[in-house]
Design a protein around this ligand. Structure first.
Ligand code: NAG
Ligand code: NAG
Ligand code: NAG
Ligand code: NAG
Ligand code: NAG
Length: 636
């Protein structure tokens, strides 16, 4: 409290001392409502420090993105699954020459930046110039501070509150870096080790409730009698009627994303397969290294072992699984590093990523990755599963919008992005909730949604569990042991058409008992679907441990989608791509096991209740593969 107060006073006096604004009509371009937890300003940035200023040009045609996507992803569309080539996507959204000219003219005329200092990125999306803090403050009508992280003293230069642009320039710009953004290292959902907290001190949110059970070996249950204690491949197959033998494995593809230092021990696959899927002993994922990503001996093994053992086991022996291992062991990476690697038109090159938060490559540190940053040179997979996330309140709206649109653009080419919905119910990872002005605080009352669950172009997966004492064939409940499933309503993304009727149905029939403002009644609601997330039997360093989280649910759902893609590819059809509009159509929704028990508590409340039909705890429910498959096979 005291700190916040003195900060406000400090800023007021700085504002008085700052120089006259330059005389053009400016508008606020981006604002930050709260600082990511742990960071506070310690001093003004030195005026002569050099910033790699990057101006993200507004892409063309983004207003048509959703319509383009619906054209290839809505089951009623005659063009269903007629996906675009990456080149068609890049061309359709490339910024216009008009935008380029407007920004360049602003830098040269208003900013007195010599034209020779201005560079256009290869992708045509970013204009870059090295400028001093003084020049940036003048151009952007803002003030730069050095922020320090409370846990490890790491410093980060960012501007305070808001930055401004001339009205005529603002419409040509998506966002400018480095400004407000703290693109904090992404967090895993679930399964956190003690080790990770020690290695990643400073990565906000690390060290959230560990969800690997104590060091004891648990019994190996190869049967179906103990699915209420330990989840195995066999339990998941029965829960979701998931029996499938790949027919088009050489055409199909699925990838799992991991952020270094999350890693796995390859010999654990054989212990896992030796007990649960004997004919897969010896199988390994195919490593796709992004920005120096590699297995790190001594890294954290919970997340990667869980994700990879279950995806490999569920898609079966014949299907190759790509492992997108992102970031080197020193800097690690963020969602931007992955997206840069997958899409050359998204790359931000030397200036775009946030140098003290994103992995920026080449990495000058000893032992760091010395190669150039990966840019559109990595293979894409039809289904890409990620069990990491942020809170929306950690990031700025423009930053999230740009990243979300990128998921949409990549989905136009036939990719499905599957994300875990979070493991803290309606609260943030660390239990924090939002104050009326958007600060993340323990004990605040507004719900604190995760990112990118609120992005309509990803499929968000919540968690269920078998109720103790129940059989594997009994209906599951929303998870209530160990952690509550992440879910709720975005404060950033408006509700997309595909879920309007499902969500309105829930809000009308089962109105949540909350005052206005506790959750955003117009926001995109998540999760979309759910799958079991409790007590997965995972081999970690030679021992079986029980691992829990929506981290487990996302790879399970992704594996089922991958089998649907295989079946479509086998009969000459295309993969499903952006799958949400299909899943929410009423006939498809009947192919889910409706989850009607449990809730997702947080922020001192019970959160939302799981109810018949879609709900913001378990989405449409858990998949029934054998029922979903014919629906997708009948589509063009
Ligand atoms: C900015 O400076 C760095 C370091 O000297 C250099 O590598 C980079 O190319 C410069 N960027 C621009 C846009 O001039
Ligand atoms: C999950 O594991 C914990 C710890 O072993 C146990 O207490 C709990 O009953 C298990 N629950 C289910 C549903 O598997
Ligand atoms: C099954 O798991 C145990 C560890 O619990 C391991 O020692 C054993 O080798 C595994 N079995 C096979 C056949 O791999
Ligand atoms: C609620 O969500 C909408 C998007 O649907 C957004 O424009 C609005 O700012 C949000 N309200 C709050 C209080 O965050
Ligand atoms: C319903 O969920 C509650 C926890 O919210 C749990 O105690 C109960 O066992 C569940 N019952 C069924 C039938 O799923």
């Amino acid at each position: 409290m005291l700190l916040t107060h003195s900060l406000v006073l400090g800023l007021a006096s700085f504002a008085l001392a700052s120089r006259e604004p330059i005389p053009v009509k400016r508008v606020a371009h981006e604002s930050r409502r709260s600082l990511p937890s742990g960071w506070s300003p310690v001093r003004r940035a030195e005026p002569d420090v050099i910033l790699p200023l990057s101006v993200g040009l507004a892409q063309s045609n983004l207003e048509n993105l959703e319509a383009y996507l619906l054209d290839v992803a809505h089951p009623d569309s005659p063009h269903y699954s007629k996906h675009w080539t990456p080149k068609e996507v890049a061309t359709a959204f490339r910024p216009s020459a008009e935008s380029y000219d407007a920004v360049r003219e602003w830098l040269v005329e208003d900013g007195s930046i010599d034209a020779g200092r201005i560079v256009l990125s290869k992708s045509g999306n970013w204009i870059m110039a090295n400028v001093t803090v003084a020049e940036a403050e003048r151009l952007l009508g803002t003030q730069y501070f050095v922020y320090e992280h409370a846990e490890d003293g790491r410093e980060h230069v960012a501007c305070h509150g808001t930055y401004h642009l001339p009205e005529t320039v603002s419409k040509h710009v998506d966002l400018i870096t480095p400004t407000l953004h703290f693109d904090v290292k992404v967090r895993r959902h679930g399964s956190s080790d003690k080790m990770s907290a020690a290695k990643n001190v400073g990565s906000v949110g690390f060290g959230a409730a560990p969800k690997i059970d104590g060091g004891v070996l648990h019994d190996i249950f190869p049967d179906l009698e103990h699915c209420d204690e330990t989840i195995t491949l066999a339990c998941l197959r029965v829960l979701y009627d998931f029996v499938y033998e790949p027919l088009a494995a050489n055409k199909n593809s699925i990838g799992v994303v991991e952020y270094t230092p999350q890693s796995h021990n390859p010999s654990d696959f054989d212990i896992f397969f030796g007990n649960y899927s004997k004919d897969q002993v010896g199988e390994r994922p195919t490593l796709i290294s992004i920005d120096g990503g590699a297995l790190t001996p001594g890294g954290d093994l919970g997340e990667s072992s869980l994700d990879l053992q279950y995806v490999l086991g569920l898609v079966g022996k014949k299907q190759e699984v790509l492992l997108y291992q992102t970031g080197d062991a020193i800097e690690s990476g963020s969602f931007n590093n992955l997206l840069d690697g997958l899409d050359g038109s998204y790359c931000t090159f030397e200036g775009g990523d946030d140098p003290s938060q994103d992995g920026v490559y080449p990495d000058p540190n000893p032992g760091g990755f010395k190669g150039p940053e990966d840019c559109g040179d990595k293979p894409t997979a039809y289904v890409i599963s990620t069990s990491y996330g942020y809170q929306e309140a950690d990031l700025t709206p423009a930053y999230m919008q740009r990243q979300c649109e990128e998921y949409g653009k990549l989905s136009l080419t036939g990719i499905t992005f599957v994300y875990s919905s979070g493991d803290a119910g309606v609260a943030g990872f660390d239990g924090s909730c939002l104050t009326d002005d958007g600060q993340q605080v323990l004990g605040a009352s507004r719900f604190n949604p995760t990112f990118p669950g609120g992005c309509p172009y990803v499929t968000s997966v919540g968690a269920t569990q078998v109720v103790p004492g129940h059989k594997v064939t009994d209906r599951e409940s929303a998870v209530f042991q160990r952690f509550p499933s992440g879910g709720g309503f975005s404060n950033i993304f408006a509700r997309p058409d595909f879920q309007k009727s499902a969500v309105a149905g829930y809000l009308e029939k089962f109105p949540p008992p909350y005052a206005p403002g506790v959750f955003n009644t117009t926001g995109r609601a998540f999760p979309d679907v759910a799958a079991n997330g409790l007590n997965y039997s995972v081999a970690i360093n030679g021992q079986f441990r029980l691992v829990s989280g929506t981290s487990a649910s996302a790879p399970t759902f992704a594996s089922i989608l991958s089998a649907i893609n295989d079946a479509r590819l086998a009969i000459g059809k295309k993969p499903v791509g952006w799958v949400n509009p299909a899943l929410y159509t009423p006939s498809f929704a009947l192919a889910f096991n409706d989850i009607v028990n449990g809730s997702n508590p947080g922020c001192g409340t019970n959160g939302f209740a799981a109810k018949p039909g879609w709900d913001p705890v378990s989405g449409l429910g858990t998949p029934n593969f054998l029922k979903l498959l014919p629906h997708f096979l009948l589509l063009p």
